[in-house]
Design a protein around this ligand. Structure first.
Ligand code: NAP
Length: 261
């Protein structure tokens, strides 16, 4: 299927590591131009160099997304350099364990800021360009928004808000034919996930095997490539009548019967 993404410009927050890296690679392979917005310099340099060596297009801008000025700069520079913006992939975030007992109101708000505020800011600043291109927005949320996890109030609140904003923006942006969808990953091995396993558990390999054993389809984690393929489809005109949707590519982890073997 030709996704017709050639030379379309997509801002991908956190687009040089983990799930964001997968999406950047997929978009570039489809001939699109991913613009990575992140604080990860080394990973971005390496990825963009590799893509360029393959004749693909991509570039990156470095900064902290919690700062409104950086979000504005990302949009302005992408538009100035390429003359258009066709979509925003809101992806950067971290499950930072600010809970009820082990958090406080200031930490809660700081985490909300880092996990949620930039989802709004990037779309807000890009809106004039998205109106012109009849673009698409993709919010990367989390299964935590639906299931809870325990000890992570701020992250859960941010992820839940991203789902609400997916519906809210899909409604507000109907007149411009801008589509807005969300993907809810569950278990995807990324640098962040690796760090969590390695720091939170004495025997990370056992914990990993335990998690995989509970995933109905294939007893394995979802790959970042599988998330990215869905992302590219949702960003493309091939999903022209899909908006306001929450998609859950998780091998049946959340919704299939636990009694299945
Ligand atoms: P990751 O491996 O940490 O990659 C995220 C990238 O975004 C990193 O380069 C990170 O930089 C950057 N970033 C994060 N917050 C930023 C900020 N405020 N400003 C600038 N850069 C920032 O994470 P991931 O596991 O791929 O997760 C990506 C998204 O998927 C997140 O929204 C996460 O909540 C969601 N998700 C992931 C899973 C999973 O199983 N992996 C499950 C559910 C939801 P640093 O490396 O410096 O932090």
């Amino acid at each position: 299927m030709d996704l017709q993404l050639k030379d379309k410009v997509f801002i991908v927050s956190g687009g040089s590591k983990g799930i964001g890296e997968g999406i950047t690679r997929e978009l570039a392979a489809e001939g699109a131009i991913p613009v990575i917005a992140t604080r990860s310099q080394g990973a971005s340099e390496k990825l963009v160099e590799e893509l360029k060596a393959k004749g693909l297009k991509a570039h990156y801008l470095l900064g902290e997304l919690a700062e409104e000025a950086f979000c504005r700069k990302v949009v302005e520079e992408a538009a100035e350099r390429h003359g258009r913006i066709d979509g925003i992939v809101n992806n950067a975030g971290a499950n930072d364990g600010i809970g009820l007992e082990n958090g406080n109101p200031a930490k809660f708000m700081a985490s909300i800021h880092k996990n949620l505020q930039h989802y709004y800011s990037l779309v807000h600043f890009a809106l004039p360009y998205l109106k012109k291109s009849k673009g698409a927005v993709l919010n990367i949320s989390s299964k935590v928004a639906l299931t809870g996890q325990g000890s992570t109030s701020a992250y859960a609140a941010a992820k839940g808000a991203q789902l609400a904003l997916t519906r809210e923006w899909a409604a507000e942006l109907l007149p411009y034919e801008i589509r807005v969808n969300a993907i809810l990953p569950a278990e995807v091995m990324t640098p962040l996930y690796r760090k969590w396993l390695d720091t939170a558990f004495e025997r990370p390999e056992e914990k990993e095997a335990d998690i995989c054993a509970k995933i109905p389809l294939g007893k394995r984690m979802t790959t970042k490539e599988e998330i990215a393929a869905l992302a590219a489809f949702l960003l493309s005109g091939r999903s022209a009548h899909t908006t306001g949707q929450w998609l859950i590519p998780d091998g049946g982890y959340i919704h299939l019967d636990r009694a299945l073997t």
